[in-house]
Design a protein around this ligand. Structure first.
Ligand SMILES: *[C@@H]1O[C@H](CO)[C@@H](O)[C@H](O)[C@H]1NC(C)=O
Length: 333
């Protein structure tokens, strides 16, 4: 009996040691930080993150090979997107093949409006909330494209992190009622549209993402939410070409987002935007985001799209920046 107890307590001591060791905060090597917002010398580092990154990258690379085989098998030239519903679905070509190295949490309302965030606990730890102008934690820079009648996601970020949020929607005048008055100085809203080019003569005016970032003095955004009803294709294409042309010879260009929560809509093209016309164009658009470091870690069907169109036309994706550890220290330090 006493032998059993001593074995049990030895096991307990070993387990406790392992648990304690895994929680020790190790300051990582400081990198130069252009923004100064998240100084890595004060970020709490997690062991094993780089092993996870290497494995996730390997899984993602395999999926890129697999999908090019799938393109060959399924054939090009069918009606898009509805011709790709069986046996391969149009969304099968963009599986979330990378994984989030932290927690995945759905933040905000349970229905349309809530978004799945990778590493919410990291944001809470490094930029603890609630958001206020007197909170001394480094701010979490958030952009929200497409507001409509739901700001439950933004309200949760303001409560749980020290977020400062810039929101844009040309269809509404303000945030939804979810944002409390005392945090209005942390949530900036403008009635503008997002598109492939800036045109301030339009009513309401339209802007590219890169022009809005420049106007706000941001070279990098920690977290981007985008739900702009089909305009996402043009907006991202315009941003990607702007980033590519700015980069010059300074290594591989990466998109200036730490994380992108995007709803993709295969809906009817409007006068203001175009959508991919075939499988090749869809793959080209998607791959351009991946080439600039974004990696899909989650997706979920948006039931609203299924109900309205009778087909799975809308999909929510969570992508994280995995090629720019220096700027994405919040997820990778
Ligand atoms: C900008 O918008 C105005 C007003 O709608 C329009 O007349 C003009 O052609 C637009 N400019 C460009 C470059 O598209």
């Amino acid at each position: 009996m006493s032998k059993l107890i001593s074995i049990t307590s030895a096991v307990a001591v070993i387990l406790l040691t392992v648990i304690l060791l895994s929680h020790i905060r190790i300051a990582s090597a400081p990198f130069p930080d252009s923004s100064g917002r998240h100084d890595s010398s004060v970020l709490s580092a997690e062991p094993h993150l780089h092993i996870k990154l290497t494995l996730a990258e390997k899984l993602w690379k395999q999926s890129v090979e697999d999908r090019s085989k799938m393109v060959t098998e399924s054939g090009l030239g069918r009606e898009f997107p509805d011709g790709y519903i069986y046996p391969y679905n149009v969304w099968d070509f963009a599986r979330p093949s990378f994984f989030c190295p932290h927690d995945l949490e759905r933040v905000g309302k349970l229905g349309d409006g809530g978004k799945v965030v990778c590493g919410m606990s990291r944001y809470e730890r490094e930029s603890p909330g609630p958001s206020s102008d007197t909170n001394t934690a480094p701010p979490l820079i958030v952009y929200s494209f497409g507001v409509n009648d739901d700001s439950s996601f933004e309200a949760a970020l303001l409560e749980r992190t020290n977020a400062e949020i810039w929101g844009y929607d040309y269809t509404v005048d303000s945030w939804a009622a979810d944002i409390p008055d005392h945090q209005s100085s942390r949530a900036h809203f403008k009635r503008v549209g997002i598109g492939k080019e800036t045109n301030e003569s339009r009513t309401p005016p339209f802007f590219t993402i890169q022009d809005l970032m420049a106007a706000n003095g941001h070279s990098y955004i920690d977290l981007v939410k985008m739900d702009i009803e089909g305009a996402e294709f043009d907006a991202m294409t315009s941003l990607i070409s702007a980033v590519a042309s700015q980069q010059g010879d300074h290594g591989r260009p990466t998109l200036p987002f730490g994380q992108l929560l995007i709803e993709i809509h295969f809906m009817k093209e409007g006068p203001d935007f175009s959508i991919p016309k075939d499988l090749e164009a869809w793959m080209k658009w998607w791959s351009a985001m991946e080439e600039m470091g974004l990696r899909p870690v989650n997706n979920e069907d948006n039931w609203v799209g299924d109900t309205v169109y009778g087909k799975p036309r809308f999909m929510e994706y969570t992508l994280i920046q995995a090629m720019d550890e220096e700027r994405n220290k919040l997820l990778w330090a």
